[in-house]
Design a protein around this ligand. Structure first.
Ligand code: BGC
Length: 250
């Protein structure tokens, strides 16, 4: 791996980028954010991708995290981004504006890579599940440190809908839930994922991990729980790692 990498994390409201020190996972200088264009069409977002790269005058491999199922560069789902993304070859589209195809991967998988290498999952073997609680619920599943991509455990069905609609951090905001009420929902969710995967460790990440003092004491689970160390930067760090690793499936 090169010493530095470049990662972009694309979300429903913002597109964030930074140069990353690949030996420590630290961001080199502040990350730069541009609002996600509305409508968030692939072409409009490709333009913002070039603006982010140009801002840092970055030359080299680029990693891009998207809130979607991404297989071999192609987007296969669009829960919280424009539906026109479905079936788009994102690696080819971004490659056409960047000059070379970036490594495109799911945002929670990217966050998981960062936590497993440099954060709360460092050195952990067995089954480790990284969950991100934000607009949706993202999941990155690791078996002995290797990523099983695109698990999409925010879309487990609960009362006829994706459970993320009920238990993501956005549900707390939307329904004005207390931390106690929201934590109760997270506990239900953790019980379901525990039944399915019996994880050795669950790492709780995403925006909600920044205020873990408000809810962690209310979490009841048979699983060992840890709080993510990189919160909202994890997607950028993992994307930068993926761009320069031959070990992560494209
Ligand atoms: C998407 C996932 C994403 C998660 C977190 C879900 O709605 O389906 O692909 O990882 O949100 O952004």
């Amino acid at each position: 791996m090169e010493r530095t990498g470049f990662g972009i994390d694309i979300g429903g409201s913002g597109m964030k980028a930074a140069i990353v020190d690949l030996e420590s996972g630290a961001l080199i200088a502040d990350r730069y954010r541009i609002n996600t264009p509305q409508p968030a069409t692939p072409e409009a977002m490709a333009t913002v991708v070039t603006e982010l790269v140009d801002h840092f005058e970055w030359q080299g491999p680029v990693g891009i995290a998207l809130p979607s199922v991404v297989r071999h560069g192609v987007v296969h789902s669009a829960a919280n981004i424009d539906a026109s993304w479905i079936d788009v070859d994102a690696a080819a589209l971004f490659g056409s504006v960047l000059g070379a195809p970036p490594h495109v991967l799911n945002d929670a998988d990217a966050a998981g890579l960062a936590e497993m290498s440099f954060g709360a999952g460092r050195g952990r073997n067995g089954v480790v599940l990284v969950l991100t609680f934000g607009t949706g619920i993202g999941s990155g599943l690791f078996i002995n440190g290797r990523l099983v991509p695109n698990t999409e455990l925010g879309h487990l069905e609960y009362h006829g809908d994706s459970i993320e609609k009920w238990a993501a951090a956005s549900a707390k905001q939307r329904e004005k839930l207390s931390w106690r009420k929201w934590a109760e929902r997270v506990n239900v969710y953790l019980e379901i994922v525990d039944k399915l995967f019996s994880p050795d460790l669950v790492i709780m990440g995403g925006g909600a991990s920044k205020s873990s003092e408000k809810w962690l004491s209310r979490i009841e689970s048979r699983c060992e729980i840890a709080i993510a160390e990189f919160a909202n930067s994890a997607g950028i760090i993992g994307a930068a790692m993926a761009a320069q690793s031959s070990d992560i499936a494209r």
